[in-house]
Design a protein around this ligand. Structure first.
Ligand code: NAD
Length: 424
């Protein structure tokens, strides 16, 4: 597949700058009007609030909270809420834009948002986190809403915080409104299939790409970096379809077996071993980053950002990289990988199975009806497969990488919708 060599736009490897660089390239290829480029470049709304909280020792601490809505052109904005000491508004702006592209590429009717609070939840009691969550919800009361802006969990938050947010919003509005947030516990309107949704989407896009590359899944080899929610489900579901998972890793190290690991057993081991792979039997322990450069047909980075960079890109031997994690490949590594003939299924496509099933959660909540796991899986598989085909056709049409093609699909959709809707 041909490729338009991107002009160097940034000279550093920040994942969010990398994302904006790719956005710029895709906009240029698409011939986007400068006015529309400027509209999509900047967030639609940014809110910063201070949240005075009475701590358990009765002192009052003031926390800073944010919500950035990048775009609500396609529909209500969607995006996680992060509780972390490193939260800052610039990062929120980039992450919110990322959500806009991700939702657009899988064609779900959402815009993009992101929020967060500067705090360290590991050093706070459950009561303090609950009060903080309720205070944040009230401060964002005018922003959130099932038809306006729908939060979800992110780093440092989970179903517990989403339940408090839903409860507080419902109290304020005067009636139970479960569709204001996704990622809720199952009993409170969470969706079946959400836990495995991102890994499942990674499996679907991996198989679709293997078909295009004429790699037979039966006996093909795969290395998976990160064995958390995304990595372990992607590994399990690919193994079920005949792929040999020859290496996995987590923070404790990487584990290799050339004949393939038994993923069900490995998951059981991890769950019984306080969540770590340390001490895994039937595998050779290798250096953590060695996994990335193993001889394998497929490489799935599903751990964290910025792991494939100019430092190791030329050593990668896989034919296909499927980005389970957000931002695992730096912008500068893109062209090195492309020159080696490696195909990359980008994060905004490969890991969009999660937001797709979050959308299904919202749809079910609004229907007042619960879908079976089979229905959730069938519909999300179809969305992921359709999105893959659209990106593939775009890559062929414009002679660009899958990554730039995914951005083209997303930006084109948002820009066309903006034009139809019009403005002031
Ligand atoms: P997780 O916390 O469940 O798992 C992360 C795993 O990666 C753990 O096994 C951890 O030990 C391992 N890890 C961390 N740093 C590592 C390193 N340097 N080398 C090897 N292993 C390392 O997280 P998750 O939910 O599976 O998310 C993983 C990635 O996928 C993140 O980038 C996240 O933003 C992205 N993502 C997650 C979802 C989702 O639905 N969970 C959706 C979209 C994108």
């Amino acid at each position: 597949m041909g490729y338009i060599e991107p002009a160097p736009i940034v000279d550093h490897e920040n994942p969010f700058e990398s994302m904006m660089s790719r956005f710029k390239i895709a906009s240029e290829i698409l011939g986007l009007d400068e006015e529309i480029y400027n509209v999509l470049k900047s967030p639609a709304k940014q809110v910063a609030v201070s949240l005075p909280i009475t701590m358990d020792d009765e002192s009052i601490r003031v926390f800073e909270g944010f919500r950035v809505i990048h775009s609500n052109i396609l529909g209500p904005s969607k995006g996680g809420i992060r509780y972390d000491p490193a939260v800052n508004i610039d990062e929120m702006k980039a992450l919110a834009a990322w959500m806009t592209w991700k939702c657009a590429v899988v064609d779900i009717p959402y815009g993009g948002a992101k929020g967060g609070i500067i705090c360290n939840p590991r050093e706070m009691s459950s009561g303090e986190i609950e009060r903080l969550t309720r205070a944040y919800t009230m401060s964002m009361f005018e922003i959130f809403g099932p038809d306006k802006d729908i939060p979800a969990p992110d780093m440092g938050t989970g179903p517990r915080e989403m339940a408090w947010l839903m409860d507080q919003y419902s109290r304020a509005v005067g009636h139970t409104t479960i569709s204001v947030v996704t990622g809720k516990p199952l009993v409170l309107g969470g969706s079946l299939g959400r836990t495995e949704a991102t890994g499942r989407g990674v499996m679907v896009t991996t198989l679709a790409a293997m078909e295009k590359l004429r790699i037979n899944p039966y006996g093909a080899t795969c290395a998976v970096q990160g064995f958390g929610n995304v990595g372990s489900f992607a590994a399990l579901l690919l193994e079920e379809r005949g792929v040999k998972i020859i290496a996995i890793s987590d923070l404790s190290g990487a584990y290799y077996n050339k004949d393939g690991l038994d993923i069900e057993k490995v998951i059981a081991y991890r769950d019984a071993n306080k969540g770590t792979l340390e001490g895994l039997a039937d595998a050779e322990k290798i250096a953590r980053n060695e996994l990335l450069t193993l001889e394998a047909d497929v490489l799935i980075p599903a751990a964290t950002e910025d792991v494939i960079t100019v430092k190791n890109a030329d050593k990668i031997k896989a034919k296909l990289i499927v980005e389970g994690a957000n931002g695992p490949t730096s912008y500068k590594a893109d062209s090195i990988i492309h020159d080696k003939g490696i195909v990359v299924i980008p994060d905004i496509l490969a890991n969009a199975g999660g937001v797709t099933v979050s959308y299904f959660e919202w749809v079910q909540n609004r229907q007042g009806y619960k879908w079976t796991r089979e229905r959730v899986n069938r519909r999300s598989d179809r969305i992921m497969k359709d999105a893959f085909e659209k990106v593939y056709e775009t890559a062929v049409k414009y002679k660009v990488s899958f990554r730039i093609a995914a951005y083209i699909v997303a930006i084109d959709k948002v820009a066309k919708t903006y034009k139809y809707r019009g403005g002031y």
